[in-house]
Write a protein that binds this ligand. Structure first.
Ligand SMILES: Nc1ncnc2c1ncn2[C@@H]1O[C@H](COP(=O)(O)OP(=O)(O)O)[C@@H](O)[C@H]1O
Ligand SMILES: [Mg+2]
Length: 445
């Protein structure tokens, strides 16, 4: 599969402990928040194209964090730094002064969250408000997509889990957002978490929270995702990656509507709807003992399969036009359409990364092209990529050739002359074919 750059993610690395309301406001604006409250090793997965903003919260940051922050800034030069300064703070140490000097903006506590959100959106290059999500956002007219859209309409108002399945990039997260937007919970938070992206040791605390002192490094009580999303929706992406102990606790959320913070055995009632997505076959994971059967049945009540892009016919061009148009709204490009060869290539390609890959290829093409019409070459859909079926054909031919050769050899008891006569080729060719297919004659005989 060709390596495709992911669409940039937006992440705030919060040095200190954000309040639940702060987390929620940022999440609603499309910013994931990673809190770094202590010195423990929170893995911060960053890709080069991500919008990452460090936020130094001097209300709660620990001195131990500052070195960590400095190291991150050195390592990720594209990371921007903002700071929150509490009133009447002691004079900053030289180390802190150096950090404050590189802050592009500082905010005074108590915080004006709307201003922080606005600043973050500017840093990510869009002053516009994030689009409100609804099924209308799921572009496409193909019959398979109509089916998915109508299922979304039916499932949205029902307060049950939905299991969204489909290959990567087919729009599972978008569908989850649509389910939330069309549900009675739409005014409450929608919080998404990728179960595979959190280090296994931190999953429980991330989802269910922890009490102060629950484990080494848990300096403060922390609310988990389920408590923060109260009244709203939690979207568990790549649910197949959820460790077994966290599966047990998730089952409790679904069965009893309660969570227990790590380090406490007091059940707390939570009111959340769970949406889950997977690109792996959960039934197989159940058979292998990697996924709890009871949890699977609970999640699998309403199932929403999303079709791969290659099965969506004319949607490909529709989506391509849509992505180009929205790129043109935000950036300067000469491109205003697609050449005939580009359209053919778009329709013929097998799209292993589905809609996400299409979006990335269109954005890249719109940037690199000098022409008004994007070509197949701009999309990097030159014959090498399209030849995939050709290659498969080649592999099939190769294996048929090997079978025929082996059959002829066996028929003639590995007599090369007789075999060559049967196959109507020269003896030299038989020897060459044996080498090509790695058939060792002395051993076979
Ligand atoms: N039907 C669609 N219409 C418009 N955009 C889509 C559609 N499906 C997916 N996308 C876009 O493609 C990208 C990948 O979608 P996402 O929901 O993250 O996929 P998944 O979670 O299945 O990997 C996102 O940028 C999303 O907005
Ligand atoms: Mg996804």
């Amino acid at each position: 599969m060709a390596a495709v750059p992911e669409f940039p993610a937006r992440c705030v690395i919060w040095f200190g402990s954000p309040l639940a309301a702060e987390r929620t406001a940022l999440a609603a604006a499309g910013w994931q928040v990673r809190g770094v409250a202590t010195d423990d090793c929170v893995a911060i997965g960053m890709r080069g194209s991500d919008h990452v903003v460090g936020l130094l919260d001097l209300r709660t940051a620990l001195p131990a964090n500052l070195a960590r922050l400095q190291a991150l800034l050195d390592e990720h030069r594209h990371m921007t730094l903002l700071a929150i300064l509490p009133a009447g703070a002691p004079p900053p140490s030289p180390a802190l002064q150096a950090l404050l000097a590189v802050c592009v903006e500082t905010f005074a506590a108590p915080l004006d969250l709307a201003r922080i959100v606005q600043r973050l959106q500017q840093l990510a290059g869009d002053a516009k408000q994030p689009p409100t999500h609804g099924p209308q956002q799921l572009i496409g007219d193909s019959a398979v997509l109509q089916v998915a859209r109508s299922a979304i309409r039916k499932f949205a108002p029902v307060d049950l889990p939905v299991l969204i399945t489909g290959e990567t990039g087919t729009g599972k997260e978008l569908a989850a957002q649509a389910l939330h937007a069309l549900s009675p919970r739409h005014a409450r938070p929608f919080l998404a978490v990728n179960c595979g992206a959190i280090p296994a040791a931190l999953v429980q605390s991330e989802l269910f929270g922890h009490e102060r002192g629950a484990f080494t490094g848990a300096a403060n009580r922390r609310l988990g995702l389920f408590e923060t999303a109260s009244g709203g929706t939690v979207f568990l992406d790549e649910i197949g990656d959820l460790p077994l102990d966290a599966q047990t606790n998730l089952l409790r959320v679904l069965q009893e509507g309660t969570v227990e913070r790590v380090g406490s055995n007091k059940p707390l009632a939570v009111d959340v709807r769970v949406l889950a997505a997977t690109h792996v076959d959960l039934e197989q994971a159940v058979e292998r003992g990697q996924f709890r059967r009871d949890l699977f049945y609970r999640l699998n009540v309403l199932r929403l399969p999303l079709p791969p892009l290659r099965d969506r016919g004319s949607d490909i061009l529709l989506l391509a036009q849509h992505f180009l148009a929205s790129f043109r709204d935000r950036h300067v490009t000469r491109a205003r359409g697609f050449s005939a060869d580009a359209r053919r290539a778009l329709e013929r390609f097998h799209w292993p990364g589905n809609v996400r890959e299409l979006l990335n290829r269109i954005q890249r093409a719109a940037i690199v092209t000098d022409a008004e019409l994007i070509s197949a070459a701009d999309l990097e859909l030159v014959p090498a990529q399209l030849e995939m079926p050709q290659r498969l054909l080649h592999d099939a031919r190769r294996s048929a050739e090997r079978d025929a050769l082996l059959h002829a050899l066996r028929q003639n008891e590995f007599n090369i002359t007789a075999c060559a006569r049967d196959m109507q080729v020269s003896r030299v060719t038989v020897y060459r074919l044996c080498r090509k297919h790695q058939l060792a004659l002395p051993e076979l005989r």
